[in-house]
Write a protein that binds this ligand. Structure first.
Ligand SMILES: Cc1cc2nc3c(=O)[nH]c(=O)nc-3n(C[C@H](O)[C@H](O)[C@H](O)COP(=O)(O)O)c2cc1C
Length: 239
């Protein structure tokens, strides 16, 4: 199984997105997957110009010459696309959105009715690509991922992709910190790794594993108190 993983956190390897993604990919690698990991923030990916020339003049090829060309070549060879993004203003990062916008050369301009819905046929016949979402949020509630999840599932349908599961971790950037202060989070790390194995072995991530990954770690009121104290300290230190 070939996995193309896109990490769009601007904090790249230092962020919470990376902790989740790398643990997940470790599990997938142990189960035999081949991984290609790209940090989207390091790539030059211009916004889509909406010219549709990739549909009507140069099918499959965008007029803009940047790193998207190479990314699309990798995408076409992959069995799985992992979209890793922190929640930014209730959605994905702008860099990840630019990648998805620039994926329209992979479909044809024509409409077809699939599952009682207008869709574009793929440009090249291929097995649907499996899509996994990996995300962290700053707020504590799991519903902070709802708009993003809805968006990624919609994208899968339009792209003839197959949604294979989501690794969603509120306070994901705090996971290592929670571990350091002795909170029991080992089961969460194990479940993230397990998710990678399940993807390779079963082609999807079980709902039991997804639930463990997203479980509550600290009661919300307690976390809010700690967080506010920490921000106040930082503000005071900068005075
Ligand atoms: C511009 C911006 C917007 C954000 N918007 C949200 C949001 O709408 N909901 C949320 O729960 N967290 C939000 N966050 C918090 C991030 O999801 C959180 O800090 C996350 O850990 C960042 O990922 P990283 O650790 O990989 O950098 C936002 C952070 C930034 C910088």
């Amino acid at each position: 199984m070939k996995i193309l993983a896109l990490n769009s956190s601007p904090r790249k390897a230092r962020g919470g997105t990376s902790i989740l993604l790398n643990t997940f990919l470790e599990g997938a690698k142990e189960a035999g997957a081949k991984i290609d990991l790209l940090y989207v923030y390091d790539l030059e990916i211009k916004p889509c110009q909406g010219c549709f020339l990739c549909w009507v003049k140069t099918p499959g090829v965008c007029v803009q010459k940047d790193d998207m060309e190479d990314l699309l070549a990798k995408w076409q060879k992959a069995d799985v696309l992992v979209l890793a993004t922190p929640v930014f203003v209730d959605g994905m990062t702008s860099t990840m959105k630019a990648v998805l916008d620039r994926s329209i050369p992979l479909v044809q301009p024509f409409f077809e009715i699939r599952d009682d819905h207008c869709r574009h046929p793929p440009l090249h016949a291929r097995k649907p690509i499996k899509v996994v979402l990996v995300s962290v949020s700053g707020f504590t509630e799991l519903d902070n991922f709802d708009p993003l999840l809805y968006h990624v599932k919609g994208f899968c349908k339009n792209l003839n992709g197959e949604f294979a599961g989501a690794i969603l971790r509120p306070l994901g950037a705090q996971l290592e910190g929670f571990k350091r202060i002795g909170l029991p989070v080992e089961d969460i790390f194990d479940a993230i790794k397990q998710a990678g194995k399940e993807l390779v072995q079963m082609g999807m991530i079980s709902s039991k594993t997804q639930k463990t990954i997203s479980r509550e770690i600290v009661p919300r009121e307690e976390y809010v108190k700690r967080l506010n104290a920490s921000f106040q300290q930082q503000i005071d230190a900068n005075k």
